[in-house]
Structures are given as C-alpha cells and as structure tokens.
Design a protein around this ligand. Structure first.
Ligand code: R5P
Length: 298
C-alpha cells in the first residue's frame, strides 16, 4: 500500500509509512495565483492500493477540500482502493439536527468522501456522542481507532502517578478513561457534564458534576477525545481540586486548543497536558502513527 500525506498531515503520513517500512508517496501541492489549489501525484498509482492521511483540524474546510481533490485524482489515475485516513474528523460533533434546519455535518462529510472515491475510512477517537459508531455514518467500511492505549502508556512512563484515578470528564469519555486506566493498572470513573447551547449560538456553557468519587490525596488523570476551548477539562479540573485531588494530569487525543485552551486548563490547576499528533500542537507528544500502521496491516 502506498501512503500519501495531505498538506495537513505530511509528517504523520511519513511516520506511518516508516512504521510500514516504506517511504511516503510524493505529492506536489501549491497554489495558483488566484488561490486555487494545484495538486500533482508523482507516483504511479494505477491498480495500486493507496491510503491518504489528512487530518481535518484548524482549517477544516480547506483540509477537507484538499482531501476530496486528492481522492478524486487518485481514483481518476486508476488506484485500486483508496483508504481515507482523517485522524481528526472535523464536523463529527454535528451528528444530529439539534434545531430545525441545521446541517447534520457528519453525514455530509461522509457522503462527500464516498462520492469522491473513498473505498474505506479510518479515524481516531471520533466524537460521535449520539451515533456511537462511525460505521453508521458511512456506507463503505469505516473504523474508529483509539489512541488511548498510547496515551495511557505515556502517562505510566512519564507522570509517575500516586494513587491514580483516571477520569472521563463526561459520560462519553468514560470509555477512554477505562482504556487508559488499564495501562496504569488504576481505577477509572466518569463525571457528568451538562453543555447548554442556546438556539442560534455556536458557543456553549459547560457544568461538570464530579459525583461522590473519593479524590482526596489522589492524582487525577483526565482522558478525553478533544480539547477544544478547554472549558470541559477546566471545569472538571476545578471540581477535582475542590475534592482534594493532589495533582491533575490531562490526556487527550485531539489537541484542537482553541481560544486559549491551554492557559484556561493550567489556570484550573492541571500540571501536565498531553495530546497526540493527530494535529500539531505544543502538547503533541504521543504519536498515533503506530495505531494507524497497525490498522492498515489488518
Ligand atoms: C465533548 O463532549 C468532547 O468529548 C469534549 O469534551 C469537548 O469537545 C471538549 O470541548 P471544550 O474543550 O471546548 O470543552
């Protein structure tokens, strides 16, 4: 299989290719003077299985268009199969019509990827609260991988946690806390979160209920899929500190880090915040390349 990296994920694609003992495919990507994108594939792809890594972060619309252009080009050049890998799948959170007339964006993205020629799809720790499984959004084979084992191993090797408890800041994140806890041989739990988004607004307010779990003198390690504004983790960290937790650590797969998230979380008392390289960031210390490479082998 030949691995290509779009401009959002070139270094990650190279790491995946290295894990598979090969070099990444060669793409030429630049801009025409009017701002349109120029794309050229420099490898022979006819009758070959190919995979494209393109994470849909920070400039999601631009990254999505480039991914579609690349997939359509690979199909046109005769690729036998095309696996689209979006380690961070933008638009996944809008998986429901919360108010009349809203776009169900997760379904729209899936339809676009399929119609461009994608034959299978991979993502990592995808946020699909209501649907539960990314395979329900696609009609082609689609898998949601997890980076939580790698994050758990990092916590085990670098945090030196005392009496640790791994916490999902909301109920959906309980599944990720469980995986991390196993790597640390620790207990896990999940807080309850209420997010209120008013009609017509894109921002929201979050409250977190820590419940009755005993945290006094313990190290709390949060595990979540996304840190966007950091509001969720900041509220959860404050709740932990109030209950007497000793140190608060944070693990996340996708460090979106919008609107001063890191500052907000540190101010809430977290001592270390670690994410993966599904998108580049100052906290992207753990690579998902082995997770993707392993999935491509099966
Ligand atoms: C939502 O339920 C997710 O799992 C994350 O907790 C959420 O997207 C984080 O967003 P923010 O950092 O803006 O609170």
């Amino acid at each position: 299989m030949l691995i290509f990296g779009g401009s959002a994920s070139q270094p990650l694609a190279e790491k995946v290719a290295k894990e598979l003992g090969q070099e990444a495919g060669k793409l030429e990507l630049k801009r025409f003077p009017d701002g349109e994108k120029y794309l050229r594939v420099h490898d022979e792809v006819k009758d070959r299985d190919v995979a494209v890594v393109q994470s849909l972060y920070r400039t999601p619309d631009e990254n999505i268009f480039e991914l579609l252009l690349l997939i359509d080009t690979l199909r046109d050049l005769g690729a036998k199969s095309i696996t689209a890998i979006a380690p961070y799948l933008a638009y996944a959170r809008q998986d429901s019509r919360f108010y009349p007339g809203e776009a169900v964006s997760s379904a729209s993205i899936a339809r676009l990827l399929e119609s461009a020629g994608t034959t299978s799809f991979l993502t990592i720790d995808c946020h699909l609260h209501r649907l539960g499984d990314v395979a329900k959004v696609f009609t082609i084979p689609a898998r949601n991988l997890t980076a939580m084992h790698e994050l758990g191993k990092y916590a085990r090797d670098h945090f030196n946690p005392k009496k640790p408890i791994v916490i999902g800041p909301d109920e959906e994140a309980g599944q990720w806390a469980e995986v991390v806890a196993k790597e640390l041989d620790a207990e896990s739990t999940a807080f309850k979160k209420v997010r209120v988004r008013k009609e017509g607004e894109t921002g929201s307010k979050v409250t977190v209920d820590a419940g009755s779990v005993e945290l006094k003198g313990r190290d709390a390690i949060f595990a979540d899929d996304i840190i966007s504004t950091g509001g969720t983790i900041a509220e959860a960290a404050k709740a932990c500190k109030k209950k007497g937790a000793k140190r608060v650590f944070v693990l996340c797969t996708h460090p979106v880090l919008a609107q001063g998230a890191l500052k907000r979380i540190k101010a809430a008392g977290a001592v270390k915040i670690i994410g993966t390289d599904t998108m580049p960031s100052p906290i992207s210390k753990v690579s998902v390349a082995p997770v993707i490479a392993a999935a491509l082998k099966t």
